[in-house]
Design a protein around this ligand. Structure first.
Ligand SMILES: [Mn+2]
Length: 355
């Protein structure tokens, strides 16, 4: 495995490449063209400029998170094939620049959903949190307004203001899309892009829906072992793989995370590893990465990744906001650096124990 950190680009991120380079054991970044719209073609020049900037810092691009999939592709709208063509050309350009991992998601309307971006924990740190009763009590269009005061001035991925002003129209687009149709549209997309992935050895890694159940009545499919195995089995190509995100699959306590990891041997191309603390079945917060601070056994998660021979990039995921840092919620430097160091420590111990 390679330890990495997510980086949004110098225009959008409070964390610098220099700072990331100084986290012990972190050798790569997971990045994106953050201002590219879903459906848009990424030119080779823009990719190369990003790559040159990262390389100049002594790091390298370990993968892209994300090349976003447009609502037209997810809903089989009129622009679907045009957007898929753009996606294929984007993959071609990434391949030509020697980038071989792309994370994406197939979530309708929203990326991940949280009800609080700065819940205060007993130690004074603030974290992202989710409470089902809070979701049930509001309309989706109110959700964005409610959260937008807490973003520390950042644009949250999947919650871009220009998209959220159209949230009602977005919901209409999905009004006749059920889980089966969403699966069909995902398979259509995957079948179309597999040839270019084969040609350039690009591993596609779908990120799970977060939380791993339907919110606001929208269909959600990448939520559990049964569905993810259906996806990898239906388009049975090694390039059709998975981002294993413990914090997203873990939102549903019925998901046995180490067991899921083992069932996906050979198909996990990227891992997000973080912990959650459950206060009840329907209320959780994003704790520190350490096992004892949350609900998951992080050793068992790392051990399962080791056991299946996982050799892709891994990154700590959302961190707490600590030490008075002001940054995009979940994406400060300090707690993610602690997370990376902790996960590296677990990995070293597992490797040495298996000698
Ligand atoms: Mn994740």
């Amino acid at each position: 495995m390679e330890m990495t950190l997510r980086w949004y680009g110098s225009k959008f991120d409070t964390v610098t490449l220099k700072q990331i380079r100084q986290i012990p054991g972190v050798t790569g970044v997971i990045t994106t063209l953050y201002d590219a719209q879903a459906g848009e073609l990424w030119t080779r020049d823009r990719i190369k400029a990003l790559k040159d900037e990262v390389n100049a810092s002594g790091l390298h691009i370990s993968g892209i998170e994300s090349v976003n999939v447009s609502d037209a592709i997810k809903t089989a709208g009129p622009e679907r094939d045009e957007h898929i063509d753009n996606y294929i050309k984007t993959l071609e350009n990434l391949g030509e620049e020697d980038i071989h991992l792309v994370c994406y998601n197939f979530m309708p309307v929203f990326d991940w959903t949280r009800t609080e971006l700065a819940r205060v924990r007993p130690d004074g740190s603030t974290v992202l949190a989710y409470n089902q009763a809070a979701v049930d009590a509001i309309k989706p269009e109110e959700m964005f307004d409610k959260l937008s005061g807490d973003t520390n001035g950042s644009i949250m991925p999947g919650w871009e203001p220009e998209r959220m002003v159209h949230v009602k129209e977005l919901f209409e687009l999905y009004s006749d899309i059920d889980e089966e149709k969403l699966f069909e549209n995902l398979f259509y997309f995957l079948r179309a892009i597999m040839p270019v992935c084969d040609k350039y050895d690009i591993k596609m890694a779908i990120h799970p829906d977060d939380p791993a159940w339907s919110v606001f009545g929208l269909p959600r499919i990448i939520i559990n072992k049964k569905n993810i195995l259906r996806m990898t089995g239906t388009v049975d190509n090694v390039h059709n793989g998975v981002t294993f995100c413990s914090g997203s699959y873990g939102t549903n306590l019925e998901n046995d995370l180490p067991d899921m990891i083992r069932s996906l041997k050979g198909r996990i191309h990227f891992a997000h590893v973080r912990n959650l603390k459950f206060n009840s079945q329907s209320d959780f917060e994003e704790s520190a990465h350490l096992s004892s601070d949350g609900t998951f056994d992080m050793y068992e998660i790392m051990k399962a990744l080791y056991d299946i021979g996982f050799d892709g990039p891994i990154r700590p995921d959302h961190g707490r906001m600590i030490w008075d840092e002001v940054a995009m919620p979940g994406y400060g430097l300090y707690d993610r650096a602690l997370g990376a160091t902790y996960l590296n420590g677990l990995w070293e111990a597992i490797v040495k124990n298996n000698r």
